[in-house]
Design a protein around this ligand. Structure first.
Ligand code: 9WN
Length: 429
């Protein structure tokens, strides 16, 4: 298939998923607005209709909480309340002071939105400047919330890493990096009988998190909701540090610095915050022997599982030997960089590897795109060209699927998935 035809198909998917001001990740499985999806989707819109990219980010920011948190899900009131589980009646944001009028979930997702805002601005700089002025305060407040209320206690006075308090916050829901921490959450699979998992109406159960995972996901939210979604000590049943989340936070601080320069605000504080997060990632998550960035558990111990998120710090300034080690890991047996299938979400040789189950192996377009940007930043053109070819090959062969079998490239999850289409548009630009 020619590039022009692939581009036309990607635009069709985004148009089909456009829903008055935002784009759903998938019409059937995810019929609301998701936070980090909207960032990737805006990057795609920037390549074809920057106005829609602006709407995408502004509609998400309109649902920001008073404390600055940008919610993982903004519920569309026009969609049946039980179309997705867990829906608005499970989260009950309407009972929480400081939550917006629009109902939302109470957790966050990886903060890649400032990067997206800058991409949208670059696509149409004249209107973009006004747009940047409008979105800058919300984007800054999002990161302020994370660095203030989610600061990992063990970082130094300059600040540093932030925690996630639910696997859903990582965006890589059932990654093996969370298994040990999740196992500490008291699970009662019976609680699930009170709910209906709608995801299993659309995707085979072997491609989704298990019932035991969902029981714990529900228990973590029940507890957080009972604490009024306040991040006070002891309020969380699950705490972890995710290298992907923190790498994207630092990258968005760099983007905020550029945005601040464009609109005449102080940029240096953002550069300092980006450097502090990068330094903390290096000091706490980088394992020199493994040549990889690992997640941390609630005690600050490294979780020695090789996940694709551990390659994400490549988007930051890193010492040359660290870049070399990450690229060696990517081209070695664990991630097996090739020009057919994008990067697996988890170590192909790892004990928890699964070819089909969601974030336990399958290849995703968004995480490969982040790593691709990292390779480009460090001038690793050969590896970048290979990864780009793999991403384009996967969507050409299988369509804009949610994820792909990391060995065969077979499409998995839903079809017509928005960020797979959006980031393809970016690759073709
Ligand atoms: C829970 C929407 C989201 C993505 C996540 C992905 C998946 C949701 C789910 O879909 O998570 O947030 O129901 O499984 O894991 O990264 O943002 O596309």
């Amino acid at each position: 298939m020619r590039d022009t035809e692939l581009r036309r198909q990607a635009i069709d998917v985004l148009r089909g998923n456009w829903e008055r001001g935002h784009t759903v990740p998938s019409r059937r499985l995810y019929p609301h607005q998701w936070s980090w999806d909207s960032a990737f989707i805006a990057i795609g819109w920037a390549r074809t209709s920057p106005g829609r990219g602006r709407h995408e980010l502004e509609s998400l920011l309109a649902a920001q909480w008073a404390d600055g948190r940008l919610p993982q899900i903004v519920f569309n009131p026009a969609v049946a309340r039980d179309a997705y589980f867990p829906g608005p009646d499970f989260w009950r944001s309407r009972d929480v002071p400081g939550a917006p009028r629009r109902e939302t979930s109470g957790i966050v997702q990886p903060p890649v939105h400032a990067v997206a805002a800058l991409e949208v601005h670059r696509a149409s700089p004249t209107l973009g400047r006004l747009f940047l002025r409008r979105v800058y305060p919300g984007l800054k407040a999002q990161n302020d919330y994370l660095l203030r209320d989610r600061a990992d206690g063990s970082t130094d006075a300059r600040g540093g890493l932030v925690t996630i308090v639910h696997p859903w916050e990582s965006g890589q829901d059932n990654s093996p990096a969370w298994d040990a921490e999740l196992a500490r959450v008291p699970a009662d699979v019976q609680v699930l009988s009170a709910h209906r998992r709608r995801d299993l109406d659309h995707v085979d159960a072997t491609e989704r998190p298990t019932a035991a995972d969902y029981a714990r996901y529900v228990a973590i939210v029940d507890n957080y909701r009972e604490h009024g979604y306040r991040d006070e000590a002891g309020a969380h049943l699950f705490v972890a540090v995710d290298p992907l989340f923190n790498a994207l936070l630092a990258w968005s601080e760099e983007a905020l610095a550029e945005i601040a320069d464009i609109i005449g605000k102080p940029s240096e504080p953002h550069r300092e915050r980006a450097a502090a997060i990068r330094d903390a990632l290096m000091a706490r998550c980088y394992d020199r022997a493994a040549g990889h960035f690992f997640a941390l558990d609630r005690d600050g111990e490294r979780v020695p599982e090789h996940c694709v998120g551990g390659l994400a710090p490549l988007v930051l300034d890193l010492p040359a030997d660290v870049v070399d080690a990450l690229v060696a890991g990517m081209t070695g047996p664990r991630f097996a960089l090739n020009d057919r299938v994008p990067l697996p979400s988890y170590d192909l040789t790892g004990p928890a590897f699964d070819t089909t189950r969601y974030w336990r192996g399958p290849a995703w377009i968004n995480t490969s795109w982040v790593v691709l940007r990292g390779l480009e930043r460090h001038g690793r053109q050969a590896e970048a060209a290979t990864l780009r070819a793999a991403m384009l090959n996967a969507v050409r062969q299988e369509g804009f699927r949610e994820y792909f079998d990391p060995r065969t490239g077979a499409g998995r999850g839903v079809a017509d998935f928005s960020w797979s289409a959006a980031l393809t548009l970016d690759l073709l630009a």
